[in-house]
Structure formats: C-alpha cells, structure tokens
Design a protein around this ligand. Structure first.
Ligand SMILES: NC(=O)CC(=O)C(=O)O
Length: 374
C-alpha cells in the first residue's frame, strides 16, 4: 500500500507508537535523528501486521525517510507472501523419536516398530517419528523386494496398515519414517503421516534423490531404482502443522523455506545419513533449517549396523527454533522422548523478527505450487 492508503488515523497511531518507543530509547527527538531504527513493542507490530498484512507503509519526518519498510519490501521476499503462523491445536506436547535397528526380516521390522511406537506413546508421546526405510535394508537391491503398494493398503502394505492401526488405537499422530513404495512400475521412497484416527493424512515421496559419489568413501545412486516425488508435503495434524522431508531433502533449504512460509511449526525428516557425511553435516543441516526458519526440526535415523551394506550415522535429534539441540542420541537403538513448546516459536520470532527484515527488494523465494494454485 502506498502511504496515501494508510488512513491518517492509523498512521498517527503508528507514528505515536514509534515516538513512544523512541522516547523510551533515546533522548533525541526524531527530527534530529538522521537514521533511526525504531523499537516498537512487538504487540504493536503484530497489530499493524494483522491489519495491514499486504500493505506497505512509509513514514517521513522533515522530508527524511526515517523508516521505509516499503523500500525493503519484506512481505515480497516470499511469493506468495508468507502465511502467518497458525495457532497450533496444542502448545506443549511430547514427541517420540524411535531410532530403530533394521534387519532383512520385514515382518520382524514391522513388529519391532509397532513395539517402539507403543513404548513411546506409553511414555507420553503424542507424536511419534520413525526412521527412513525402517522396514527394509537401505539398498537398491532391497527397495524393489520390500516395496509396498501403499495406495492399495491392507495386505498390499502391511507396514502402513500397522501404522494406521497403532495410531488410531493409541490416538497419536505418526510420521511413519519411510518405506519403499511401489506405484505402477515406479518405486518411491515414501513417508506416510497418520492422524489420531488412523487415517492417512499425507504421503511424501522423497523429492531429492540421494545420488552421491565420493570415491573411496561412499557411492550410492537412489536414482538407479527410485523415482523422485513431485510435491512438497505439509500437513495439519493434532500436533501442529508439519512439513515433511526425507533425508537428502534436508540439504535443500528452499523446501524448508517453503514449509516455513506455509506456516509450519515443525519439520520432520526421517533420514539415514552415512558415516562420511553424517559426522559433518547431519546436525549442522538440522540446526541450519531450524534457526533459519525459526521452527522445530525433528530427525529420525535407523540405528547403526556396521555389518549392513549401508551404514547409518544414527544420531536422531530434536532441534528448537533458536538452533538449539534439545534432545539427541548416539548410534544405537533408542527412543527419544522430548517436549515441544510452540509458544517458543512466537518468542523467538519476536526476538529476531527475520520475516519483517527480509529484503524482498533484493531477493524472492517463489513457492511455485502456491503461485500456480492462485
Ligand atoms: N541418505 C540420504 O538420503 C542423504 C545422505 O546420507 C546425505 O545427504 O549425506
């Protein structure tokens, strides 16, 4: 909005809020201050943002621009503009992150995962997260053999049938790690999210396939057998708005940024990093996604099996919106139970109001799906 579109009454209100704030922080009058960054009480900013979300304003004093949010266009740094953080259905709850040992015995893996979910729920978890590829060894030879037809369900997908049953029986939300999925003649690496009623709420197919070649260390080509997913997946659950990625997806910050701009409270990444990249990148990436986007990030890895063809790094973790590691584990089997408190999100965003400081005049993140849906 041009400054002329701000009603004079509201402009005066805003100016006086700035003046009040200024007076609290400086003895000089505004007109004598060539460059002034006002410190406005957060609730005042929120009030104005709620009312003028799509609007810009410009305030001048003695013909000198003292504050010009329209010049920086923060609301244009995300296209379409970022959605406000939705009120979550609950503020505090426990998450259970099940770092599971995975074997070549699929039936055993399913029963084992069921027990771990039950244990996490019994310890108070309202959201349980499983690892990447928890029903099968992580290998291109294994994917076609262990793959399930998730859409057909029931006997065609015993792994997701178990997840559905356990989530409805225990009335918990389950981010069901990932399993190899067969759909027609294609295979995907797929994460299913089940709600407290046992219904499949979302299905995320790994968008970025893990093709890596570090000679002498690790070479793995998921694209030999798998097809990449086509859609970001964000889902409203009884434990908040969750953006889902699988392992390698965590390396692509644009995906996390899109989830944040769609109002995610939490990002869940089932993942199986390896012994080469894990020590250096695993925690770094989680903390980066969390601190840049000011939200929670949970990761869940399989436990390490040094006899397996692909050796997972382990170290499943929960990171808070300040980039702080809230809970983590080593490489053995474990169930992490930790508290998530969404009230911290608002607090951190007030401490560091990044969304209001972005330079939409210099860069923009385009959420192609949301743009084309409009
Ligand atoms: N396994 C993966 O998808 C990713 C990984 O191990 C890495 O990025 O490193």
């Amino acid at each position: 909005m041009k400054s002329s579109l701000v009603s004079s009454k509201n402009l005066i209100r805003l100016q006086s809020a700035i003046s009040r704030s200024f007076l609290q922080h400086s003895s000089k009058p505004i007109s004598q201050t060539p460059f002034f960054i006002p410190i406005i009480p957060t609730n005042t900013i929120n009030l104005y943002n709620q009312r003028y979300q799509n609007l810009q304003f410009q305030i001048r004093s003695n013909s000198t621009s003292i504050m010009s949010s329209s010049a920086f266009k923060p609301e244009q740094a995300r296209l379409p503009p970022a959605l406000p953080l939705p009120s979550p259905p609950l503020t505090k709850f426990k998450i259970g992150i099940c770092q599971l040992a995975v074997t070549p015995d699929k039936e055993r893996n399913i029963q084992h995962a069921r027990k771990a979910i039950e244990e996490a729920a019994q310890k108070g978890a309202q959201l349980v997260v499983l690892p990447e590829i928890w029903n099968s060894p992580y290998s291109n030879d294994g994917f076609p053999v262990y793959a399930e037809d998730i859409d057909a369900g029931h006997d065609a997908s015993p792994s997701t049938a178990m997840l559905s049953e356990v989530s409805s029986r225990l009335k918990i939300t389950v981010v069901g790690g990932s399993i190899p999925e067969r759909c027609g003649d294609k295979l995907y690496n797929t994460c299913c999210v089940f709600g407290t009623d046992g219904k499949l709420k979302a299905k995320h197919r790994k968008i970025h396939l893990f093709d890596i070649d570090i000679p002498g260390k690790i070479t793995f080509m998921e694209s030999k057998t798998l097809t990449a997913g086509e859609t970001p997946t964000i889902v409203d659950t009884d434990v908040g708005r969750i953006g889902v990625g699988i392992c390698y997806d965590i390396r692509f910050q644009e995906l996390a940024m899109i989830y944040a701009s769609r109002g995610a409270h939490l990002l869940c990444y089932p993942g199986a990093f390896n012994m080469t990249t894990g020590p250096l990148h695993w925690e770094l990436l989680q903390r980066a996604r969390a601190v840049d986007n000011q939200l929670y990030v949970a990761t869940c890895s399989p436990a390490r099996d040094t006899g397996a063809g692909y050796v997972a790094w382990g170290h499943s973790t929960l990171v808070g919106p300040f980039g702080e590691v809230l809970a983590t584990t080593e490489h053995d089997e474990d169930i992490i139970i930790a508290e998530i408190d969404y009230s911290i999100l608002e607090q951190r965003r007030a401490n560091l109001p990044l969304a209001k400081q972005r330079r939409g005049d210099l860069y923009q993140l385009v959420d192609i799906r949301r743009v084309s849906a409009h």
